[in-house]
Design a protein around this ligand. Structure first.
Ligand SMILES: [Cu+2]
Ligand SMILES: [Zn+2]
Length: 187
């Protein structure tokens, strides 16, 4: 009888230990998944009376973020392409997304300009072919997924016209034809 009781005691102990190990593993995995995002995505929808739509992927790479965009429904040529301050596409004209994402209080500029001569959100232009489709692959050293430069939860805007990369405060790129919000994506 004593032996059986001891067996049960050992079995319970083993179960408790196994349970603890699994619990700790779970907690560790949960911690990992809530850590620094490595990928983010914005699905762009047309603003009122527009057909422009597409997907922008942001991937963490060494010393920055790689941006890959596929947009369609555009007029041929260059279109201003920016991260805007707010991830709010509720206004029919996209104005609810606010101005360019500018956490450093710098002037508007080209994505290739030094950090002090561009907004963090200045991604320049995206160029559409005759068929209205645009593909862009661009590395950016200022974008981030955490901290002051984090683009997560902010807006992505495509404009009707070209960003001249110099006019203040936003490159004179005209109206907003598509709007999306940057969200955390699966790795
Ligand atoms: Cu813009
Ligand atoms: Zn700007």
């Amino acid at each position: 009888m004593d032996k059986t009781y001891n067996m049960i005691k050992v079995s319970v102990l083993v179960l408790v230990v196994v349970g603890l190990i699994i619990g700790v593993q779970h907690a560790t995995q949960a911690g990992k998944s809530s850590g620094t995002p490595e990928k983010a995505v914005a699905v762009l929808y047309p603003t009122a009376k527009n057909q422009v739509h597409g997907v922008v992927m942001f991937t963490k790479v060494k010393d920055g973020v790689k941006v890959v965009a596929d947009i369609e429904g555009l007029s041929p040529g260059e279109h201003g392409f920016h991260i805007h301050e707010l991830g709010d596409c509720t206004a029919p004209d996209g104005k609810s997304a606010g101005g360019h994402f500018n956490p450093e209080g710098t002037p508007h500029g080209a994505p290739t300009a030094p950090a002090r001569h561009r907004h963090v959100g200045d991604l320049g232009n995206i160029t559409a072919q005759k068929n209205g489709k645009a593909h862009l692959e661009q590395f950016d050293s200022l974008l981030a997924f955490v901290g002051a430069h984090s683009i997560v939860g902010r807006g992505v805007i495509v404009h009707a016209g070209k960003d001249d990369l110099t006019s203040q405060p936003s490159g004179a790129a005209g109206s907003r034809v598509a709007c999306g919000v940057v969200g955390i994506a699966k790795k």
